[in-house]
Design a protein around this ligand. Structure first.
Ligand SMILES: [Zn+2]
Length: 338
């Protein structure tokens, strides 16, 4: 009955997926290659043979992406309670307690400020090991406060997603986080502070359906599962075969939902480049932007009445000071030339 034993071993491996594998040798979950633990760590937990990205914790991402010792955690005082006194097979409060013990985190998202290649930024990292990286009221509030911090300090916002969606144990309180954070992201956009969204495996549910997809730049790790509902549910609903590679980053890149797929080894460098790019462009004078759905007449009227453009302030945040605004054709002139 060897097959029975094998099946049992297989189940164990599935459970351990949540955390980083330990031991001297690790088997790649994609190609089966046996990898040396130290070597895997040097490769930032990606398979040297097939490029498979192992799931890693929020703290590991901080180590990989931020300048050493620059991270300062913020909003750790915001924690979930159990407003609905929810209970299914277990009490929600017990699930929370267990997740906190296992991950050493107090919530599914770790927020703070730090430097990436010496550029200051506000960051939020989701951790899938904490109740599936689910978004509940506390996680949403932490992200909301991080957005406000980015607006106030005029530092770019970077959020790394690894989430199964909204946390159903908190019902509507979880769902309303989508609207709340999106409204703040609109304010962030109005303040001309960039937001970079990084989708890692998996980014699903309400997170994809809202704020993860509205970044000024959307990056994704290779082969990450990104979608709203799972492929099986969609297949049953539309009663059709789904295309190959459906809901993977490569597919979404082709469809224009993702701007770039970045290997984990390149992620820090890419972010550093993007931050320097945004810092450089922020000193350019702002051109009037026409909003989605805005009529041309209204846009022209608003452009004439528009107040002085806002740019990233020169200051203590490391950005170069803005030069004196150069004279430009007025918006009315620009518009009449079209
Ligand atoms: Zn592999």
């Amino acid at each position: 009955m060897t097959w029975l034993r094998k099946a049992k071993e297989g189940l164990k491996a599935q459970e351990r997926r949540r955390d980083l594998p330990d031991g001297l040798w690790v088997k790649c979950e994609e190609c089966g290659e046996i990898l040396y633990h130290k070597e895997l760590e040097r490769n930032l937990w990606t398979c040297a043979k097939c490029g498979y990205h192992f799931r890693i914790s929020a703290r590991s991402y901080i180590k990989i992406l931020l300048d050493e010792g620059s991270f300062r955690e913020r909003f750790s005082e915001v924690v979930s309670t159990d407003p609905l006194r929810f209970k299914d097979s277990k009490r929600y409060i017990d699930r929370l307690k267990k997740a906190r013990e296992e991950t050493g985190l107090s919530e599914a998202v770790l927020c703070g400020e730090g430097l990436i290649e010496e550029t200051p930024c506000v960051v939020a990292f989701m951790d899938f090991a904490f109740l599936g990286g689910s978004l509940a009221s506390a996680a949403g509030e932490r992200i909301a406060r991080s957005i406000l911090l980015a607006i106030e300090s005029r530092r770019p916002l970077i959020i790394l997603w690894a989430s199964g969606g909204a946390r159903m144990f908190e019902g509507i309180l979880s769902l309303m986080q989508m609207a709340k954070t999106n409204a703040l992201l609109a304010r962030l956009s109005d303040a001309r502070v960039p937001y970079i969204s990084i989708m890692t495996h998996p980014t699903t549910g309400g997170v994809t359906a809202s704020f993860a997809s509205v970044g000024d730049v959307i990056l994704a790790e290779p082969k990450a599962l990104i979608g709203f509902a799972g492929p099986r549910v969609i297949k049953q609903t539309i009663n059709q075969e789904l295309p190959e590679g459906f809901q993977r980053s490569e597919f979404l890149l082709k469809k224009g939902m993702v701007d770039q797929i970045v290997h984990r080894l390149e992620l820090r460098k890419t972010l550093g480049w993007l931050l320097r790019y945004f810092a450089a462009t922020s000193v350019l004078p702002e051109k009037p932007r026409r909003r989605a759905g805005e009529s041309m007449a209204r846009f022209r009227a608003a452009s004439v009445a528009a107040p002085k453009p806002m740019g990233l302030e020169p200051s203590d945040n490391g950005h170069p000071p803005a030069p004196a605004p150069t004279p430009e054709p007025t918006p009315t002139e620009t518009a009449s030339q079209e």
